[in-house]
Ligand binder design. Structure first.
Ligand code: SF4
Length: 370
């Protein structure tokens, strides 16, 4: 009944600002009581080490908890502190991040680690304001570190919190709008309790992840905020939060070459700036080429095809662009120094973005079958 929904959404706009704030101020008590019983067991839970909080929070941006777990554990074994992160070789750092995507995150982490060593004597600053000075740390991450590690009463407002707050307080503003985000930030600054702010923020993360979920029905019957929640009262769970439609993604077509020469395969390093900067890729050109057109490109590279073995297609979705890829696996001779000719062992040490994961699997299978 869309009309009913519009009327109810309209009503939520009439909820007085003070009332919305009062609702948000009231969530701390039931939320923390729920958290004490239902909190998730995670390797970074219970720690007050700002380094561990930081690493987990950066990894969790845009990535599910289950996917992060093995990365986090491997990272902590290899890079247990700021000194180790500042010192690690770029190639190894990229390899540790391979598959998590959004590589600027890990580059910024190393920059921040170096800054911590030079400007802060290797210690994290203890306020969210000061933490925001570090590369790659925005108000969400700063809030998480400052509240969990140092007990500062500041919120950590991410998509989960925007959703829970919009539903609970009945806020119908577009959460994609930066002004709305500022409004939520201000409201949550007032709502965060002086006692246990770190656990409060983690409780909101857990509630947003397992109860007040984004897609499908939130589990209002199990929610500690159900008695306060405007969305629950007015059945607006599917209407809130309001999110303006995103612009359509641009589609780019690519033709990839998996060039096998003897027991080696051609790889190429991406430029140091831009998308997937500095990572390794299979040589490719724009467009979807058939074998005849693809062979012409090879001639330009000084490569002679011997046997076209397989055609592989794949797709990868980034935030603003979608790659539709056609790959050719073939044996060749020739080919100069434009490429790194990598054996199976070297190939496994290169940081290859997950966009090429399917092609990498084929390449490794082909090389290991020799
Ligand atoms: S009652 Fe439902 S909609 Fe409201 S916060 Fe809880 S799970 Fe979300």
């Amino acid at each position: 009944m869309p009309q009913v929904r519009v009327c109810r959404a309209f009503w939520t706009e009439r909820v007085r600002e003070t009332e919305k704030q009062e609702i948000l101020n009231a969530i701390a008590v039931p939320l923390l009581a729920w958290y004490d019983v239902h909190k998730r067991t995670l390797p970074w839970r219970g720690t007050k080490d700002p380094y561990q909080v930081w690493v987990s929070e950066i990894m969790l941006q845009q990535t599910r908890v289950a996917a992060v777990l093995p990365y986090y554990e491997r990272w902590m074994r290899e890079l247990p502190d700021v000194e180790a992160l500042a010192a690690v070789e770029n190639e190894r750092l990229m390899k540790l991040w391979e598959g998590l995507g959004y590589y600027s995150r890990v580059r910024n982490m190393q920059k921040a680690a170096k800054m911590l060593l030079t400007e802060y004597n290797g210690k994290f600053p203890q306020t969210s304001k000061e933490l925001c000075r570090l590369p790659g740390i925005g108000s969400y991450t700063a809030g998480a570190i400052a509240s969990i590690a140092f007990g500062e009463a500041v919120p950590a407002v991410d998509g989960n919190v925007l959703r829970v707050a919009a539903r609970t307080a009945g806020i119908a503003d577009d959460i994609m709008d930066p002004n709305t985000r500022k409004l939520f930030q201000k409201m949550m600054e007032k709502a965060v309790p002086k006692e246990r702010p770190g656990e409060y923020n983690q409780a909101l993360m857990d509630l947003g992840a397992v109860v007040c979920v984004p897609n499908g029905a939130p589990d209002c019957g199990q929610c500690p905020l159900a008695g306060l929640c405007v969305a629950n009262r007015l059945e607006l769970q599917n209407t809130l939060p309001v999110r303006a439609k995103k612009a359509k993604r641009r589609v780019e077509e690519l033709t990839l070459y998996l060039l096998v020469r003897g027991d080696q395969i051609a790889m190429r390093k991406r430029p140091e700036e831009g998308l997937l900067a500095g990572l390794w890729e299979f040589p490719h050109v724009p467009g979807t080429l058939d074998e005849t057109a693809a062979a012409q490109v090879l001639r330009g590279w000084g490569v002679t095809p011997l046997e076209w073995q397989k055609k592989i297609t794949g797709k990868h979705i980034f935030t603003h662009v979608e790659w539709h890829m056609t790959g050719y696996l073939l044996t060749v001779r020739g080919g100069g120094e434009d490429f790194l000719w990598a054996g199976a062992e070297t190939l496994q040490t290169l940081a290859v973005p997950s966009a090429f994961g399917k092609f990498l699997e084929h390449a490794l299978r082909r090389m290991n079958s020799r």
